[in-house]
Design a protein around this ligand. Structure first.
Ligand code: ZN
Ligand code: ZN
Ligand code: FE
Length: 774
């Protein structure tokens, strides 16, 4: 057949191909190649009938694949040639209202075209804070139901003006079927309110900036919830925010106007720069410039890193632009508006009530947020992207998991919770829910699940949850399994960690899994967290772990970490009489030591733990860095800062690995005490401690490889937020010929647990394992 012959073709695309300007792109490309036919959305994607020269159709097809709209993600496509059907022109056919499923796209930062509109004085959208187009703007946070159509979003109440409607209807326009399309005439508006709730007259954005410049705290409604903003160069303002938010030390995120300003305050490498500019616009943790002095040290008192993000809505862009005009340097504190451990405020009424003792004013708008979505947080270590929190910009993008089409729901962990639904060989991990330790969080959790089951049209065939019987996520999973009449799989926490890495990379295993973590319920009823597993997608075996130590008072020793120091001291010296005098002991009331000795002797409420996180806590307390953390992992964060960077020339402390592959740190503890007595600097001690963690893990991996022949290592667990541990382990394992993988789509902390649980459930479901309980 000649390439000039006129033929017909049927073309299919699936993936994120709806609500992202796919059909108009197809339309424009069809026109360019002089093709006739039509394009329409279907239940499963985009369907095209075309006819024209065979060569043109081929070019057309590949042009779409190579140049899809910015937000589209084609996962599958097909083309079938047939006889021409004699179309007259090329047209876009309106959505079919099917019962099928096409995933919603994430919220995407304002695109450059829209930015131009916003800052062009002659444009009708000049300084309009809700400007968007098919390439940018809110999606996930405004969608009430699928299919993604204006009537199913929180924009349904805004009737488009004539000009907006014309854009919306015109296939040649960038705003063709842009569901949140709006302008100053017809769309949402911002208003500024005082703390008492009365409207502040004048231009709301100018008023907001004036308040910020005078050291006030303003709650600003964004895309996925409220932020609390203040001037980071105003020390008093930052202190005031800390005091009012009752958040003494946990770092605040900053929004900077552009990459140039980011580089003024921090060292930003190429990968970090790309992340900052990416349409997902995460917060990126980057090292502070040593000499920058203008930002209050109280923005991030415990670390040498700052969390920076670039503006991602027109409102942010306008505010940051104007702040620069005031010579303030185009930078703002933009921290999530919540109480510690509680979810983000995203509804106006909740925010005005909940934040009224924190914010001096509220910059709000009348586009409802359908569901909350926190800013995502990422750090880059050794050119590896390691998320700290995966939420806005990434959620609900699917993660491809081969295996099977089964529908699975997985409940996640208790801390830094996400849950996950699986369908069509994809995992849809939820937005960041948080710690399920209070009513509002548990509420957000159950609401979020109902919502995902609905918008993803899930009919779960099995439920997966943690092994911990008391987690709220476990209890709710049991309730759901009963309601749906399906089997429940209880997956051990650290196995789920390692399985999440297998899922991300599509690795079958077996691998050596190192899970270094705070806590997780073990098969033996103890609290695990310094674990060496051999695992594949279906099963695992615990092949080594940190030696158990008691946690005096159980959970209390997570809040008072000097308890762990005392526990490790007693373990290393046998009893309190043998512990030498050193600063930690001198500063303790002798009473406290004897009390814990008694508690431990009598085994009163002292569960055993192999947790790596607890060892970091113990050492942090032992050398006087932290005894009662005010936020999660503060002890470990201070220890990491003290150690500086990974220094391969530092010698590890002594440790031992017994015949059952248990790592004992008694000698290390005694050496650290001796170092303290001799007045060795904390920086050296912290560095050698990190080296001990790294060296002992590598040695145990080699032993496991000798026994099993497995040379692939997967790393997961909250401790891998520590860049020294990851960097050191990564290098040392590579030197010894191991191939090493870590979570990079999801955080290695408990945000990845739901993915791992689901992977194991899918595999077991496929194998027909119905009742296994681990
Ligand atoms: Zn745009
Ligand atoms: Zn309009
Ligand atoms: Fe964990």
């Amino acid at each position: 057949m000649n390439d000039d012959t006129v033929v017909g073709a049927t073309i299919h695309f699936s993936g994120i191909v709806q609500g992202v300007g796919f059909r108009p792109t197809v339309y424009r490309i069809a026109k360019r190649y002089g093709l006739k036919g039509h394009v329409k959305n279907t239940d499963i994607g985009v369907f095209i009938e075309v006819e024209g020269k065979r060569s043109s159709i081929n070019n057309f097809y590949h042009n779409i694949i190579n140049n899809p709209p910015e937000l589209a993600e084609i996962t599958d496509s097909s083309i079938d040639f047939h006889e021409p059907l004699n179309f007259k022109s090329f047209v876009i056919i309106d959505s079919e209202d099917g019962t099928g499923f096409s995933p919603i796209a994430p919220d995407i930062a304002t695109c450059n075209d829209c930015l131009q509109d916003i800052f062009d004085k002659s444009d009708r959208r000049y300084h309009y804070p809700f400007t968007n187009c098919t390439n940018c703007g809110p999606r996930f946070t405004i969608t009430k139901a699928i299919p993604y159509d204006r009537k199913n979003t929180t924009m349904s109440g805004f009737i488009m003006c004539e000009q907006c409607q014309r854009e919306y209807d015109s296939p040649d326009d960038r705003r063709y079927h842009a569901q949140p399309n709006a302008c100053g005439l017809c769309g949402p508006h911002v208003n500024l309110y005082s703390r008492g709730g009365s409207e502040i007259s004048g231009d709301p954005i100018a008023g907001c900036i004036e308040l910020l410049n005078s050291g006030k705290i303003v709650a600003i409604k964004g895309i996925g919830g409220y932020h609390l903003a203040c001037d980071p160069t105003n020390h008093e303002a930052v202190l005031k925010l800390r005091k009012r938010k009752r958040r003494p030390g946990k770092p605040f995120a900053l929004m900077v106007k552009n990459l140039e300003i980011a580089k003024k305050y921090c060292y930003v490498n190429e990968i970090e720069g790309e992340l900052l500019l990416s349409p997902e616009r995460p917060i990126v943790l980057v090292p502070k410039r040593v000499l920058q002095q203008s930002i209050s040290p109280m923005v991030a008192p415990d670390t040498n890193f700052l969390g920076l993000m670039l503006p991602y809505t027109p409102l942010h862009h306008i505010i940051l632009e104007e702040i620069t005009h005031q010579e303030r340097g185009g930078i703002l504190v933009m921290t999530s508006a919540n109480f510690s451990e509680e979810p983000l405020f995203f509804r106006d009424k909740d925010a005005s009530e909940g934040l009224h003792n924190i914010a001096d004013a509220f910059l709000v708008h009348d586009r409802e947020i359908e569901r909350p979505c926190d800013d995502s947080v990422i750090r880059v270590v050794e050119n590896t992207i390691i998320p700290v929190r995966r939420s806005r910009g990434y959620v609900p993008r699917g993660i491809a998991i081969g295996i099977s089409n089964h529908n699975v729901f997985s409940a996640g962990a208790s801390e830094k919770n996400t849950f996950c639904v699986f369908r069509d060989q994809k995992a849809y991990v939820s937005h960041y829910i948080g710690d399920l330790v209070n009513e509002p969080s548990i509420d957000a959790y159950t609401r979020g699940i109902d919502d995902f089951i609905d918008i993803f049209r899930i009919n779960p065939e099995v439920v997966a949850c943690d092994l911990h019987p008391d987690y709220h996520s476990t209890i709710y999973a049991e309730e759901l399994a009963k309601r749906w009449g399906v089997t429940i799989y209880r997956i051990q926490h650290h196995y789920a960690h390692i399985a999440s890495v297998l899922a991300e990379y599509g690795i079958e295993g077996p691998v050596i899994g190192i899970a270094f973590d705070g806590t997780g319920y073990g098969e033996d009823g103890n609290i695990w967290g310094g674990e060496f597993l051999v695992a594949d997608g279906k099963e695992y075996e615990r092949v080594g772990h940190y030696a158990y130590v008691p946690m005096p008072g159980g959970e209390r020793s997570i809040i008072e970490i000097d308890r762990m120091a005392i526990s490790y001291l007693l373990m290393a010296y046998g009893d309190s009489a043998h512990i030498p005098d050193f600063p930690f002991i001198d500063n303790k009331e002798a009473e406290r030591l004897t009390i814990f000795e008694k508690i431990l002797e009598k085994h009163i409420n002292s569960p055993l733990t192999s947790s790596c996180g607890r060892l970091f806590d113990a050492v942090s307390a032992l050398i006087g860095l932290c005894s009662t953390p005010t936020y999660d992992a503060q002890g470990a964060i201070l220890l990491e800062r003290e150690a500086g960077d990974f220094d391969s020339s530092l010698a590890p402390y002594q440790y031992s690995i017994d015949k059952d592959n248990r790592i004992h740190f008694d000698q290390m503890i005694r050496e650290i005490v001796n170092d303290k007595i001799q007045g060795i600097q904390n920086g050296i001690i912290a560095g050698r401690f990190h080296m001990t963690i790294i060296t002992s893990a590598v040695e145990l991996c080699e032993r496991i490889r000798n026994n099993t022949g497995i040379g692939a290592v997967s790393l997961s667990g909250g401790v891998f937020q520590n860049r020294i541990v990851f960097k050191g382990l990564f290098h040392k394992l590579m030197e010894r010929g191991f191939s090493t993988k870590i979570n990079t789509l999801l955080p290695p902390n408990d945000g990845c647990i739901s993915l791992g649980q689901g992977l194991v459930a899918l595999n077991r479901l496929k194998e027909g394992i119905k009742t296994i309980n681990r």
